[in-house]
Design a protein around this ligand. Sequence first.
Ligand code: HEM
Length: 122
Amino acid sequence: MSETESNLYVRLGGQEGIAAIVEDIWSNHVSNPAIKQRYAQSDPENVKRLVREFFGAGIGGPETYTGRDMLTAHKGMNISDKEFVAVVDDVLSALDKNRVGQRERDEVLCILYSMKGDIVHV
Ligand code: HEM
């Protein structure tokens, strides 16, 4: 299968590539003044594992997601539009840092926005 035909999981570098991206997303989040307070009580290894599972399972990888659905996980946090954009920006800069292609970047952006209704003001 050629690179253009393979699923997003493979095109993002598989387990290893995604693990590196998730590390960078986490370090962007905890240094981003708009959202870092949200993660002050979090166990970093646990959140990173859940995010690796969530993305892996959602984009064609072999992972099984063991966390909560997006609505349940974010309900009651009253997350704002501004915070949502901050999270998306952190993901995009992690993709850039890992030299992810434009097509993959666009696909990830669409996936993130598709979940907005389950995350913002819920
Ligand atoms: C499309 C965007 C997002 C995705 C894909 C996402 C994904 C996730 C996942 C997979 C979890 C773990 C679920 C679980 O605990 O069972 C989680 C938890 C969490 N998310 Fe999000 N999230 C997004 C946006 C946001 C935003 C905008 C905020 C606000 C800054 C946020 C704050 C949190 C917090 C505070 C937790 C709990 C962490 C903990 O349990 O320590 N998320 N998210």
